[in-house]
Design a protein around this ligand. Structure first.
Ligand code: F6P
Length: 326
C-alpha cells in the first residue's frame, strides 16, 4: 500500500526528557525504512514559525539513542500561540513539503499539534516528559531515567544523613504531578512522600511517620517532596520545629531531566517513534502514541487531552502502608 505521507517533520517541545533523542532516531530510521523523507524542526514550535530546520538521514541519527537532551533543541514557544504564528508554521510545512508532523512532548505539545491539524497537516504526538502526567499513557518517555537519576542522588544523601543522624528533605520535579515523587519515594524507602494531588495534613503525613520511625529506632529520615507541594525549605523548617531534628534540604532540579536514558526509556522511545511514523504512513492523523501496560496503542488527541491522570492509587496505598500513615 502506498504511503499517505511522503515527507514528514519531527520536533521536540516543552521540557526535555531523556529518551527524546531515541524517538528522533526511531522516527528518522522508520521513515527511511518506509520510503518517507524526514526533516528535523529545531527549537520546538519556534522552528516551524521561523523555518528553522535540518535534513535528517540514517547517519545523522547514529548513536543518538544513548544521548540525553534533544539534538533538535526544545522550547516553549510563545510565537506559536498567536494566530499569525500558527499561520507561519503551516506556511513552513507547505514550503518544506511536509505532509505530516511528529511532535514529542507533553500536553502543551499536543495542543499545538491540534492547531496544525485544524489547518490541514497530519499530526501524531509522542509523550515525552519526566512527569509521567499524560493521562492516556501509563508511561511517558524520560520517567524511568529521571526516577533512577533522583534515586542515585538520594542513596548518596542517605549515607551522609545516616552519619549525622539528620533528616533529609529532597525536592523532586513535578509542578503539577507527584508520580516522580511517589515512585522515587517507594524506591528509596522514604519516611514520607508529599505529592500535589493530595491535601497535606502535616502532622499526619510528615510528623507522625517521623515519630513512628524514630520510635522504631531509626536515627535518620528521608522526606520526598514533589515541587508542586511548595517549598522544601518550609517543610524542613516545620519538621525542625516539631521534632528538633537537624534537617537539610536538597533540591534535585534539572539534573533529573538530563543523562543517558535507561534501557526502558530507549526501548519505549524506539517503539513509539516507529508507531508514530506507521500511523502517518497509514493516513492517520490527530493521534497520540501511548502505552497501556505492555501494549502500544494510540488515542485521538482531543480525547487524550480531556482525560485526567490521577495518582497511581496502588502505589500510593503501598507507600502509606510502608511509612505507617493511617
Ligand atoms: O514538565 C517537566 C518539568 O520537569 C516539571 O516537572 C517542572 O516543573 C518543569 O518541567 C520545569 O521546567 P523548566 O524549568 O524547563 O521551565
Amino acid at each position: 500500500m502506498a504511503n499517505a505521507v511522503h515527507r514528514i517533520g519531527v520536533f521536540t517541545s516543552g521540557g526535555d526528557a531523556p529518551g527524546m533523542n531515541a524517538v528522533i532516531r526511531s522516527v528518522v530510521r522508520t521513515s527511511i525504512h518506509m520510503g518517507i523523507e524526514c526533516v528535523g524542526i529545531r527549537r520546538g514550535y519556534n522552528g516551524l514559525v521561523h523555518g528553522d530546520f535540518i535534513p535528517l538521514d540514517f547517519d545523522s541519527v547514529s548513536g543518538l539513542s544513548r544521548r540525553g537532551g534533544t539534538m533538535l533543541y526544545s522550547a516553549r514557544s510563545t510565537d506559536f500561540k498567536t494566530e499569525e504564528g500558527q499561520e507561519k508554521a503551516v506556511a513552513t510545512c507547505k514550503l518544506l513539503g511536509l505532509d505530516g508532523v511528529v511532535g514529542i512532548g507533553g500536553d502543551g505539545t499536543f495542543r499545538g499539534l491540534l492547531e496544525l491539524s485544524r489547518r490541514g497537516i497530519a499530526v501524531v504526538g509522542v509523550p515525552g516528559t519526566i512527569d509521567n502526567d499524560i493521562a492516556c499513557s501509563t508511561y511517558t518517555i524520560g520517567f524511568d531515567t529521571a526516577c533512577n537519576t533522583a534515586l542515585e542522588s538520594i542513596d548518596k544523601l542517605r549515607d551522609t544523613m545516616q552519619s549525622h543522624e539528620r533528616c533529609s528533605v529532597v525536592e523532586v520535579m513535578g509542578r503539577h504531578a507527584g508520580h516522580l515523587a511517589l515512585y522515587v519515594g517507594v524506591a528509596c524507602g522514604a519516611t514520607c512522600v508529599l505529592v500535589p494531588e493530595r491535601e497535606l495534613d502535616f502532622e499526619r503525613d510528615v510528623i507522625e511517620p517521623i515519630r513512628k520511625s524514630r520510635l522504631g529506632g531509626r536515627t535518620h529520615f528521608m522526606v520526598i517532596v514533589a515541587e508542586g507541594v511548595g517549598s522544601a525549605y518550609d517543610v524542613a523548617k516545620k519538621i525542625t520545629e516539631a521534632t528538633a531534628l537537624d534537617t537539610r534540604v536538597t533540591v534535585l532540579g534539572h539534573v533529573q531531566r538530563g543523562g543517558a536514558p535507561t534501557a526502558r526509556d530507549r526501548v519505549a522511545a524506539t517503539y513509539m517513534g516507529y508507531e508514530a511514523v506507521r500511523l502517518l504512513a497509514e493516513g492517520k492523523t490527530n493521534r497520540v502514541v501511548c502505552v497501556q501496560g505492555d501494549t502500544y496503542v494510540d488515542y485521538d488527541i482531543n480525547e487524550a487531552l480531556e482525560m485526567k491522570k490521577g495518582l497511581d492509587e496502588q502505589t500510593y496505598t503501598v507507600m502509606r502502608a510502608l511509612t505507617g500513615v493511617e
